[in-house]
Every structure is written in C-alpha cells, then in structure tokens.
Design a binder for this molecule. Structure first.
Ligand code: ADP
Ligand code: ADP
Length: 233
C-alpha cells in the first residue's frame, strides 16, 4: 500500500539563464510503514525531494500523491492542513524555540492541533516520555545535549500523530553516541508502524533503514529494493 507516490516530479529554481533543475522527473513510491533513506552527494536534490513530499515546496511539474491526495491540486490552506495532520518534520539543526522549555516546544505543535492546555500538558509529557525525556520537560533547549534536543524535536514532530515522518539529516549535527540514540528511537517508531523517510549523507545511518534510495543530478539513480516495482500508486 503506497503512502507517497511521486510521478515524474521536477523542480526548477529560477528561470531563463539562471534556471537550475533541482529535481528532474523523479518517480518514487513509498509504502506505508516503510523506513526509507535518501542518499546522494550534496546539492543533488535530496532536500528538495523531501520538501516536495511534505508539501513544504511546490513542484514545477509532475504529480505528488500523499495518502491519495494530489498535492499540486490543493490550495495553500488545504496543503497546510494536510501538512499539519499527516506529516511530522525533523531537521538537522532541531529548530527548537530557544526561550521555550522542552515541554513548551512540544506543546506549540499540540496547540496547533487544537488541544486545550491541560490536555496539551498531559499529551506533551507523554510525547517526551516516548523519547525518554519526561524528566527534562522543564529544561530549555540550551540546557540539553544535541541528542536530547533532537529527541525533543522528534516528540514535537509526533504531536499530531502523523502518518509520515520526514527527517532531513536528523543526525547530521550529532556525535556518534547521540546519533546511535536517535537511530534507536527512530527504529522504535518504525516498529510502531510509522513511515519514515530520512535524508542522510552517512551510509552508516542509511543502513539502518530498510530501503536506500540514491539521488544523483535530480534523478533517482538507485533503489535497493523491489518495492518500487511492486507498489502501485
Ligand atoms: P541536497 O539536499 O541533495 O543537498 P538540494 O535539494 O538542497 O540538494 O538542492 C538541489 C539543487 O537545487 C542545488 O543545486 C541547490 O543549490 C538548488 N536549490 C535548492 N533550493 C534552492 C532554492 N530555494 N533556490 C535556488 N536553488 C535551490
Ligand atoms: P541541506 O543541508 O539540506 O543540503 P542547504 O544548506 O543546501 O540544505 O539548503 C538550506 C536551505 O537553503 C534550503 O531550504 C534550500 O532550499 C535553500 N537553498 C539551497 N540552495 C540554494 C540556492 N542556491 N539558492 C537559494 N536557496 C537555496
């Protein structure tokens, strides 16, 4: 069963002489409950692919289906609603709000999901507990290690119970101990049935996924699975 389906998706930045083709008719099907790593050299379109899949950016041409909806047909408002309900994002530099505690950072996403504040506190603590940080709820990001900050970001990404987690270099800013910890958490989320798509430069990190998709010059140039041919959009 496909969760995400890209059909001949291109993304061109700029126009005329300055036009740059970041993605060039890339096609990719991602199954529900799978864990996919996207690898490839810097500047070859990996982040662009992830952003398009998550509705953070619009394609120049081609179709992107997420859970049966074609993203290019959606208004900005509908796209934002789909993003909020169905997708969790995790970035390399955590993107936590520095003046809010770990709990408050998670709660910002819950408020967006319409939680009343007493419920938000309980749910926020539950999410922090899932990443092993319930006892750090009142710390500011600056009082947490890099690995702990990324776990807070993961808890925040889970706030609206998304089907799909999109991670852009989630361990790119972590030492090897913190990296192993974050990867273990991702493994748990995968076993719980989440769909994970992560961009990484590291082949060690990629090897933790069950499928490795290579991107080069804006094209899918390798795919270590037969899934691509088995799954239908
Ligand atoms: P990767 O994630 O593999 O490093 P990106 O998807 O970030 O690659 O970028 C692919 C190409 O598109 C690069 O040449 C990059 O410079 C270009 N690019 C990405 N975002 C923009 C943008 N907002 N405006 C112009 N060019 C961009
Ligand atoms: P990554 O570390 O994921 O490869 P980058 O540092 O390449 O990310 O890009 C960070 C942000 O800057 C992204 O949102 C990307 O779209 C944008 N960007 C990348 N390249 C360019 C570019 N040549 N011109 C404008 N924006 C760019």
């Amino acid at each position: 069963d496909a969760l995400v389906c890209l059909q001949k998706v291109s993304r061109v930045y700029g126009r005329g002489e300055a036009a740059a083709v970041a993605l060039d008719e890339a096609s990719l099907v991602i199954g529900r409950r799978s864990w996919v790593a996207i690898v490839g050299p810097s500047g070859h379109g990996k982040s662009t692919l992830l952003h398009l899949m998550g509705g953070l950016d619009r394609s120049t041409s081609g179709e992107i289906h997420l859970d049966g909806e074609e993203l290019s047909r959606l208004s900005a408002r509908r796209l934002a609603a789909v993003r909020a309900r169905k997708i969790g994002f995790v970035f390399q530099f955590f993107n936590l709000l520095p003046h809010l505690t770990a709990l408050e950072n998670v709660q910002t996403a819950l408020w967006f999901g319409g939680y009343a504040s007493v419920q938000a506190r309980r749910k926020g603590l539950d999410l922090l507990d899932q990443v092993g940080l319930a006892d750090r709820a009142d710390r500011l990001p600056g009082q947490l290690s890099g690995g702990q900050q990324q776990r807070v970001a993961i808890a925040r990404a889970l706030a609206n119970d998304p089907d799909l987690l999109l991670l852009d270099e989630p361990t790119g800013n972590l030492d090897s101990v913190a990296e192993a910890d974050v990867l273990d958490r991702l493994g748990t989320l995968h076993r719980q049935g989440r769909t994970l798509v992560m961009v990484t430069h590291s082949s060690a990190v990629a090897s933790r996924a069950e499928r490795i998709v290579g991107v080069r010059d804006g094209r899918i140039d390798s795919d270590a699975t037969a899934e691509q041919t088995l799954l239908q959009c």
